[in-house]
Design a protein around this ligand. Sequence first.
Ligand SMILES: [Zn+2]
Length: 285
Amino acid sequence: MPTNFCRHGFAVASLLVTLLTSATASAGRTASAGRTAATTDGSSLITVVIDAGHGGHDRGGIPGQRIPEKEVTLDVAQRLRNVLAASGYRVVMTRDSDVFVPLATRVAIANSYRNAVFVCIHFNATKRMGAEGIETYFYSRDSLPLASAIHYYVVGGAPSANRGVRRRGYYVLRKTSIPAVLVECGFLTNPTEAAYAQTASYRQKLAEEIAAGVRGRNSVASAVSTTRVATSENIPLQPYIDQTKVAKSSHHRSKHSHKKSARRKKSSSKPAGSEASSALTDREG
Ligand SMILES: [Zn+2]
């Protein structure tokens, strides 16, 4: 862990050094304000709809993956619920046990609440064991502040690489009418990150950082956009496949349905070089 932490810590630091100079003050205010967020944050009570990825026959990840993604997503989601509830938030879970919930149902649950935000918890997977890091997805412009804030805190609190805030039309992000974010909390196919994910204290840390992002969704976002780290202008929309159709066609195979938005061919050669280009080929877990 020390070697890994230092290597990634440097990358994370490169982001944070820039951010912290302008964001420390606002983030500090957010942290303290978060404790009374339910009554003072915005105009009224905020509901957080937490979506634990996969479940039931949908194990998540890729075929042959040792750690079931559905189990760690649920654990982080339940920990996040506890943290947010302790802060006074009203929390709704799309699932609270090992059951399969269709994507459309998850969206319907989210859209039944007003003055709410939607947070999807996932872990990544790919055949390339070296793939690593945390990435956060959004689709609508209204979701960018929440995505930036959650990513800011999770990357800051995790010894993993920063894969950035990304815009992609995942079904649960496209169809939700409230601000919606999907967090990929690391690669379960990466031995180091898998070891983290299997540690309760690390999953608790993830939950606390995601909660910090929810609390800081307004103040951190403004700091991030002013440093040009994650503005909507510099985040291109990435390709996707309609996941409702994918989910139906691959229902019996427990596919990682939300990930099928990454249109990729198995025969395509893996681009070498930047993390950004290689990231496209990692989109299967
Ligand atoms: Zn997933």
